[in-house]
Design a protein around this ligand. Structure first.
Ligand code: NAP
Length: 479
């Protein structure tokens, strides 16, 4: 399939602008250049902040009804143009067209949630008279916007994760500067087109394209930015947190999620759920299944079923409707994943399926006998690789699940309600899925992690709360 190279502009406070210096947007499948975007300079980043300072007054002045109307129109626009959005996601990123279509539909849902939750952002009255001497006081608190939100987003869900920041920011009455991943800026720019078409006033939204390492510090350190909403890797998140100073932070970071299969589980269902969770989006989901701990009594049967299902996952061309998964985001990442597999094999791991790299493609890979201290166990693979291990006791499963720096989501398959409840208590994560893998999310649920997986929660209503401040009002009655 040949694709025309387009010269895409960036949205600087309501104006589409180009720059002499550009960045190539590359299709990871064949390294073809599909588009160029402006390479924003430090001055552009400063200008984005300056414009957003004006934009926050405009955003705050929008009535809740106006915010809802704009967000509903954007949701309609995304649905009306769902195929174009899906094609953009699939071409610039690593999702197949089927996966990308799912993301486009979910994005409309995320934006719609923004409209619905905007009307619910309210406060409550306070009983001041609970403290002696305050019977003559009455009051309440309400929410007001934080001001300027800098939204820094990753490549793996290039549309919906942008929506997860822009929709709540606008619902809460903020101005927002989006800095999308350099690999996948086109989906974010396309979403900006939807906001312009829906009548969002100029200066409320900027989408600035440029390398994080060049313009990131300006956005992160700016005194005029009140909140950083970041989704991406742990190292980037940690460095941003160090530099941000006194601002609100929302950090949606990575993980290497565990999935426990107990001896009473339905093996076929659990295996299918694990395979889907490990290989969907070529394993490039923050909540992908990376470590599977199956009870020793059913381990062999589970392993056989899992490997059989894994071998049926078809890695192929992204635009082919029959492909289950595409490549990883670039060849450099594929080589990194390959080296982690090789390190595991050198340390005695068995390759039960896959294991090979072809350009930016990694075969759906299943490993067993992997020593616990290896990078591929402790760190986030972010690729289609999963590790199977046998455990003797529930405590062992929990200890090994928790024995990593991350804690985003976990899954457990069991029909034993007491065991499930124990898992909910003992697993150090932001979410526990019972009779599903870690790889489950709806856009309305509180989503986020503990430890190196992040700070705060997204999920539209929760993000709106994080992007707002409470203002208390107290009246003293002269009696
Ligand atoms: P990344 O390398 O950390 O990049 C994320 C974003 O940060 C990109 O826009 C990047 O820009 C920007 N950035 C890089 N250096 C920066 C700096 N010094 N200052 C400011 N911004 C900077 O992550 P990724 O590889 O795109 O995404 C994969 C990671 O995201 C995985 O760890 C995954 O688990 C995590 N993730 C988490 C969630 C969640 O909700 N918890 C969801 C999805 C993904 P450039 O592209 O220009 O470098």
């Amino acid at each position: 399939m040949t694709t025309k190279i387009t010269e895409q502009k960036m949205l600087l406070g309501g104006e589409w602008v180009g720059r002499e210096q550009t960045l190539d947007v590359v299709n990871p499948e064949d390294q073809s250049v599909i588009s160029t975007v402006p390479m924003a300079s430090s001055d552009d980043a400063r200008e984005a902040v300056r414009i957003a300072v004006e934009g926050k007054e405009i955003a705050e002045a929008l009535s809740v009804r106006e915010r809802m109307d704009i967000l509903n129109k954007v949701a309609d626009y995304v649905l009306d143009h769902a195929q174009e959005f899906a094609k953009t996601i699939a071409l610039e990123g690593s999702k197949t067209i089927a996966e990308a279509s799912g993301e486009a539909r979910r994005t409309a849902e995320t934006i719609r949630l923004g409209a619905e939750e905007a009307r619910r952002l309210s406060g409550e009255s306070i009983n001041f008279d609970q403290m002696e001497g305050n019977t003559n006081r009455m009051g309440y608190y309400y929410h007001f916007p934080v001001g300027v939100v800098a939204a820094i987003t990753p490549f793996n869900d290039p549309l919906n994760l942008v929506a997860h920041k822009v929709a709540p920011a606008i619902a809460a009455g903020n101005a927002v500067i989006v800095k999308p991943a350099t690999e996948t800026p086109l989906s974010a720019l396309k979403l900006a087109e939807a906001f312009i078409a829906a009548g969002l006033p100029k200066k409320v939204l900027t989408v600035i394209t440029g390398r994080g390492r060049d313009i990131g510090d300006i956005l992160v350190e700016a005194e005029d930015v009140q909140m950083i909403s970041f989704t991406g890797g742990y190292e980037t998140g940690k460095s941003i947190a160090h530099k941000a100073g006194l601002k609100k932070l929302s950090m949606e970071l990575g993980s290497n999620s565990p999935f426990i299969i107990w001896k009473d589980a339905d093996i076929e269902k659990a295996a299918q759920s694990g395979v889907d969770g490990a290989f969907g989006a070529a394993g490039q989901n923050c909540l992908s299944v990376q470590r599977v701990y199956a009870h020793e009594e059913i381990y062999d049967a589970f392993e056989a079923s899992f490997v059989d299902k894994a071998k049926q996952v078809r890695a192929g061309k992204k635009m082919d409707k029959d492909s289950d998964i595409g490549p990883v985001i670039n060849e450099k990442e594929a080589k990194r994943i390959e080296s982690w597999i090789e390190e595991a094999v050198d340390a005695g791991a068995k390759v039960l399926a896959g294991g090979k790299r072809h350009g930016a493609f990694i075969e759906p890979t299943v490993l067993s006998n992997v020593p616990e201290n290896l990078t591929i166990v402790k760190e986030e693979v972010f690729g289609p690789v999963v590790i199977l291990a046998s455990v003797a006791t529930f405590d062992e499963a929990v200890t090994r699940s928790n024995g990593v720096p991350f804690g985003l989501q976990a899954g457990i398959y069991t029909n034993d309600i007491n065991l499930a409840l124990k898992a909910v208590r003992k697993l150090h994560v932001g979410g526990v899925m019972v009779n599903d893998s870690s790889d489950f999310r709806i856009d309305a649920m509180p989503f986020g992690g503990v430890k190196h997986s992040g700070i705060g929660r997204e999920g539209v209503a929760f993000a709106i709360e994080e992007m707002s401040e409470k203002r208390l009002v107290c009246f003293t009655i002269d009696e």
